[in-house]
Write a protein that binds this ligand. Structure first.
Ligand code: MG
Ligand code: ZN
Length: 380
């Protein structure tokens, strides 16, 4: 009898410890499951401030009215931007590195260094059920956005690029560039083709209208690029980004959105400090919209970077010439200064927030951004 009790007790203990093991196993696998979920974003927002190096970003800290939204990031890295053909990249090769993960030659749009088309992240994600959008302050056919949906040998082929956008899987686009659709050198008008491919086109900026999620939407709000911010552009970039997020969220997750502050670069080329700074502050305001969005949608990864630096821009100390050729540096006066009318080779910062954002720490090549996003979204 005692023997039997002992035996029962023995079995009970065995079952108890087995239960514990199963429980521990479920608990641990459950934990790792939820951990892998929390490190994997559903949605991805890639924000590019074209031509924004560290000095341009620093300008927001000296010239902005509020603490910049850049301060809200915890995960920051540095990006090496060279093209396959040149130490200093242009925006086409720079954006193609982000969109395809391939280093290519300056001028290349969605093609590799041998001019062979490479699937873009927008095409890859569309194929697995993502809705996609892009919001820019240049023409929607300009090098940066074009690299996400077109495949042409030269960035100058903007009419071909416009035709590629019509045929693409993009669900929402906003920016300028009417002339490449409706006033083309080849005499074609793409209005009918846009309609045929399911696009509702708005050329008058009705950002507050409620968008039909069964349709695709295109906003073409300028003949070419939009008005520069320092010459009176409204809150197009932050408001249209909010509009795009609203549309894509209602249309249904998952989604990928590209937002470009296109004209930080143009201010750099023009060597106009005010132009650069106003564009950068406008972009920073847009970062605020996106970071507010991901507070309510924590399954969204946001990556904020640049394709390269433009202008060799510095926040230099002002120099005063004194008698006898002595020069005094005034450390209380910043004089925005440029060292080139082109781009520079300087690394650019990359800021990330949301699931997987810790992957963006360190110093890495621009192609790695594509690799990380592909991995996090399950493409690789
Ligand atoms: Mg650009
Ligand atoms: Zn440029």
């Amino acid at each position: 009898m005692i023997h039997l009790l002992d035996k029962n007790l023995y079995f009970e203990r065995q079952i108890y410890s087995m239960r514990n093991l199963v429980y521990l196993f479920l608990l641990s696998s459950g934990l790792s499951f939820s951990q892998s979920i929390s490190n994997q974003p559903i949605n991805v927002i890639l924000m590019i401030a074209d031509g924004a190096g560290l000095s341009q970003i620093s300008a927001a800290y000296y010239y902005g009215k509020e603490e910049p939204n850049y301060s809200r990031f915890q995960h920051i890295g540095l990006v090496k931007t060279s093209a396959s053909s040149h130490k200093i990249t242009d925006s086409a090769a720079g954006a193609t590195a982000y969109s395809t993960g391939k280093k290519t030659y300056n001028g290349a749009i969605g093609v590799d260094k041998d001019s062979v088309p490479v699937q873009t992240i927008v095409e890859d994600l569309s194929a697995i059920g993502y809705n996609t959008g892009l919001v820019v302050t240049s023409s929607v056919t300009h090098a940066t956005p074009a690299s996400f949906y077109a495949h042409v040998e030269s960035r100058n082929l903007q009419e071909e690029i416009a035709a590629a956008l019509v045929e693409s899987d993009i669900d929402f686009f906003a920016g300028g560039g009417q002339k490449f659709f409706f006033n083309r050198l080849d005499g074609k008008n793409l209005w009918g083709d846009l309609k045929e491919n399911g696009f509702e086109i708005d050329t008058l900026n009705t950002t507050n209208s409620i968008l039909d999620t069964s349709k695709k939407h295109g906003f073409l709000l300028a003949y070419d690029g939009l008005t520069p911010k320092h010459k009176g552009r409204d809150d197009f970039l932050p408001e249209m980004t909010e509009n795009a997020l609203d549309f894509l969220t209602k249309k249904g997750e998952p989604f990928f959105l590209l937002v470009e502050g296109s004209q930080v670069d143009w201010g750099g080329h023009a060597n106009i400090g005010e132009y650069v700074i106003e564009e950068l502050i406008d972009f920073d305001k847009t970062i605020g919209v996106v970071l507010d969005y991901i507070k309510d949608h924590p399954n969204t990864l946001v990556v904020v970077t640049a394709d390269h630096e433009t202008g060799g821009f510095t926040l230099a100390s002002d120099q005063k010439e004194l008698p006898y050729k002595k020069v005094l540096s005034d450390y209380n006066t910043i004089k925005p200064t440029f060292s080139t009318g082109g781009h520079s080779a300087a690394m650019v910062p990359c800021f990330a927030s949301g699931p997987g954002s810790d992957q963006f720490l360190g110093v890495y090549e621009n192609t790695k951004i594509h690799a990380i996003i592909s991995q996090l979204t399950g493409l690789k």
